[in-house]
Design a protein. Structure first.
Length: 304
C-alpha cells in the first residue's frame, strides 16, 4: 500500500465503524453526515478487499477481518494522537536523568539546594554533572546530551537559549591569621603576596591576570590550579591568596577558615547565565528543571 496516498481520516472513520457496527452511529461519533460515512465505508472496502460490515437481519456485523483490525487500529490511532500532544512530566514519578554542565564555583552554590529541592519533589530524578567545557569545546554531539549549562560566558553556546541567573564579583580569599592580612588592601602588598591563579579547561591564563594587565599591574603567581575550589583549599593551607568569585568564598569561609577581602582594584561584577537547548524550549521536563534552578538562584543572598 502507498502510505503517501492514505487518507488518515479513513482510519478514523474505520475505527468508528468497527466500534459502533453502524454507519449512522459512526457518523454521529466522528461528526460526519451519514452519506459521507457510507462513502468512507465503500472506499475502505475497496482498499482492504473486504466488506468489513455486513447486514445481518436488522443490524450489521463485523467480518473476521474487521474484528482482527479493531485492537491494532485503536492502538495505532492512539500513537498518532500522541504525536501531537506534548509529553507530560510528573516529577513525583519521573525516573528522568538530567545532564548539567557548570564550573565548580557554580556547582558549590547551586547544587546543594538544588539536590535538596529535587529530592523533595522528584525522588526518582537523577542529576549528572558533566566535566566543564566552555563554548569553544561544546561540540554538537555534546550539546545533544546536555539539558542545562550554567556559565559566565561572553559568547552564547551554539544552539542554546541564554538567560541571566545571578550576579557575582571577585574577591580576595586569605586564610585567617595570614601575616599580611592587615595590609592586603594595599596594592603593593596585594601584588607582592604569592597568589594561586586558576586556569581552567581550555584557558591559557586566569581571567584575573587579564583584568590586572588592563590596569598595567601584575601579581606574583606562585601556583596555578585547575579549579576555584582547589585554589581555596590551597589558600586555607598556606600563605598564598587567591582572587575568586565572592559567593564561593563566602559559602566556604567558615569551613575553610577564610577571610573575604575586597581587592585593592575594584573588579566590578559579572553575571552567571543559564543555558538550555533551543530544542527543549517547550519540553515540560526542561521547564521544570529550569524553574528549579531559577528558584535556587533567587534564594541566593542579595548582592555579592
Amino acid at each position: 500500500m502507498n502510505l503517501a496516498a492514505l487518507d488518515l481520516n479513513l482510519l478514523v472513520a474505520l475505527d468508528a465503524l468497527l466500534s459502533q457496527a453502524s454507519v449512522s452511529r459512526a457518523a454521529k461519533r466522528i461528526g460526519l453526515s451519514q452519506p459521507a460515512t457510507s462513502h468512507a465505508l465503500r472506499r475502505l472496502r475497496e482498499m482492504m478487499d473486504d466488506p468489513l460490515l455486513v447486514r445481518v437481519g436488522a443490524g450489521m456485523e463485523l467480518t473476521p477481518r474487521a474484528h482482527a483490525l479493531r485492537a491494532p487500529l485503536s492502538e495505532a490511532l492512539a500513537h498518532v494522537r500522541g504525536l501531537f500532544v506534548a509529553e507530560d512530566f510528573d516529577p513525583a514519578t519521573s525516573q528522568r536523568r538530567f545532564s548539567l554542565m557548570m564550573p565548580d564555583h557554580v556547582f558549590d552554590l547551586i547544587l546543594p539546594p538544588l539536590v535538596a529541592g529535587v529530592a523533595a519533589q522528584a525522588p526518582g530524578v537523577r542529576l549528572d554533572v558533566r566535566p566543564w567545557r566552555g563554548p569553544g569545546q561544546m561540540t554538537p554531539d555534546l550539546a545533544r546530551n546536555i539539558d542545562l549549562v550554567i556559565a559566565c560566558a561572553d559568547d552564547d553556546f551554539p544552539g542554546f537559549h541564554r538567560r541571566t541567573l545571578f550576579r557575582d564579583t571577585d574577591s580576595t580569599a586569605v586564610r585567617k591569621g595570614h601575616p599580611a592580612l592587615p595590609r592586603l588592601g594595599e596594592l603593593q602588598t596585594f601584588l607582592a603576596t604569592g597568589h594561586v591563579a586558576v586556569v581552567g579547561y581550555g584557558q591559557r591564563v586566569d581571567p584575573i591576570d587579564t583584568w590586572l594587565e588592563e590596569h598595567r599591574v601584575a601579581r606574583r603567581i606562585a601556583l596555578t590550579a585547575p579549579s576555584y575550589l582547589q585554589a581555596l583549599h590551597m589558600v586555607s593551607l598556606s600563605d598564598l591568596i587567591a582572587v575568586v568569585p565572592r559567593r564561593q568564598i563566602v559559602m566556604l569561609a567558615q569551613a575553610l577558615d577564610l577571610e573575604v577581602l575586597a581587592p585593592p582594584i575594584d573588579p566590578g561584577s559579572f553575571e552567571e547565565y543559564v543555558f538550555h537547548p533551543l530544542t527543549a524550549q517547550t519540553d515540560p521536563a526542561s521547564i521544570w528543571l529550569r524553574t528549579m534552578v531559577a528558584g535556587v538562584a533567587a534564594g541566593l543572598a542579595g548582592n555579592p
